[in-house]
Design a protein around this ligand. Structure first.
Ligand code: PTJ
Length: 248
């Protein structure tokens, strides 16, 4: 870490997360825009009390059910998610038998390779999205996010996009795929378009999902299906929005 944060500092947790992103930026993992994106999310987190709300937890549970029920699920990784929770994302991918694919908004082969290196260091066995020969294109997206792996996102039925800009989520949903996102801003296009929207900080959401997956992996398919049936994403997001309003 670049600056040591005293553990007794009242805002230690939040400052440590910032340091991780700054470190990721200096190592060429995070783009400068990623720091801005995180700052915007911090505002929503502050208003939510920097905790996992019961609505976020319900969404995390529904997301894990969806991942466990999928035939082929993929966790999409970008600069911010790699810098903040690479290890936890690899663990979650193992628990839910999901693939891992690097997909960047701001194109860079060097950054993709650096992210893959981090993921492999954290024991990822296969990292998709790196082989240019396997690149396929999602129609209707102008950004670099349109390039996905033929054997990964293109073939999958569920994608955990984690932090993302809106275009790809909308297109993936149009393609008939299920999309899970983590976004502290329930008003973002990604949040609005996703099938399951987790309004929580990714640094809390992924560890929660790991614990949930440890419990749910023992449950049968009908239980998982029932959980999804009981989950109403729009209603859940609305409740989070009310909490944010109360925070103001
Ligand atoms: O590494 P790249 O090139 O793929 O770029 C990554 C960023 C994040 C820069 C890129 O995807 C981007 O520009 O994203 P946006 O459009 O800023 O959207 C990111 C969304 O994630 C915003 O709605 C933020 O509120 C949300 N967000 C950012 N950090 C967190 C977060 N939500 C939860 N937890 C966070 N830590």
């Amino acid at each position: 870490m670049i600056h040591e944060i005293p553990p007794t500092h009242p805002r230690a947790k939040s400052l440590i997360v910032r340091e991780k992103l700054v470190e990721g930026f200096r190592k060429g993992i995070v783009v400068p825009q990623g720091l801005i994106a995180h700052g915007r999310a911090e505002t929503f987190d502050y208003l939510l009390g920097e905790r996992t709300t019961r609505y976020a937890y319900d969404a995390e549970k529904a997301a894990v059910c969806l991942l466990l029920l999928s035939n082929k699920s993929i966790i999409s990784i970008n600069g911010n998610t790699a810098a903040l929770c690479a290890r936890d994302l690899v663990i979650l991918s193992n628990h839910t038998k999901s693939g891992i694919e690097v997909n960047l908004f701001h194109e860079s082969t060097a950054r993709s390779n650096a992210i893959a290196k981090i993921l492999r260091k954290e024991d990822a066995t296969e990292v998709l999205g790196l082989n240019t020969k396997l690149k396929s294109v999602i129609n209707g997206i102008s950004s670099n996010r349109k390039y996905v792996d033929k054997n990964g996102i293109m073939k999958s039925d569920t994608i955990f996009v984690a932090l993302e800009d809106g275009d790809r989520t909308e297109s993936l949903v149009k393609m008939g795929k299920k999309v899970i996102s983590v976004d502290l801003n329930p008003l973002s296009r990604t949040a609005m378009a996703s099938d399951v929207t987790i309004v929580d900080n990714i640094v809390r959401a992924i560890p929660n999902m790991i614990k949930i997956s440890e419990q749910l992996v023992k449950r049968d398919k009908s239980y998982l299906l029932q959980q999804i049936k009981n989950f109403d994403n729009k209603e859940n997001m609305h409740k989070s929005l009310l909490l944010i309003r109360r925070g103001i």
